[in-house]
Design a protein around this ligand. Sequence first.
Ligand SMILES: *Cc1c(COP(=O)(O)O)cnc(C)c1O
Length: 240
Amino acid sequence: MEKLLKRSEQTTEQFRACLQQLHEEVCLAARAGGRDPACDKIRIMAVTKYVDDQTVCRLLDAGATLIGENREQSLSQKFPLIVRPGVDIHFIGHLQRNKAARVARMVSTVQSLDSLPLAQQLDMCARELEKQLHVYVEVNIGQDPNKTGVDPAAAAEFVDALREYPALRVKGLMTLLPLGLTPLESEKYFSRMNTLYVDIRAKNRDNVEVDTLSMGMSGDFRLAVKHGANLVRLGTVLFV
Ligand SMILES: *Cc1c(COP(=O)(O)O)cnc(C)c1O
């Protein structure tokens, strides 16, 4: 099923202002959480799955440097446009093993690593490509049966098991919250993710250099940043 891609009427200048505004909001949220006010280290990902090619080009011209796509097909279509110097491309959707090779070629990072068979496949692809592929472990922090991701209780052990795959570099944790939470419930889950992140970071392993906590989307990124996110994935708020 092909989703219709939205065309945004925003100009490059408007996107530039929008990115600036979001950056300021992220800084405010970081301060509200009593976090290090060096909010320049918090990355804003532009999730481009909703929009057409021209819109993506204006967004890149406006200075977006981190792009996320959640499907192999739409990533492949946009890839020629977004592969520019200084632009980092991540895969953020559920990844089937038969699509791992194509995705591994196009991205620096797969944020949605949720099984060891997928890790094995990605490791094999990365070796063939002679690259180090960065991965984030997707954690199903709300233990939502409708969502993929590793159970939070098994996450540390899962990270340990990834030592078997030397072409993978474990750089972060990622989560998607269940739908329909109150802000208070969202905060509870973000805070639990942060605890998990701090615990996993505290252990040193060979190919594990966890430095990124990817959580928060358009509706809840301020709360995520308040609780330690240093990468937020934004789609809807960019494309008004
Ligand atoms: C679409 C998507 C986003 C962005 O969602 P918005 O609510 O539009 O900001 C973030 N993360 C993932 C994994 C997505 O698929």
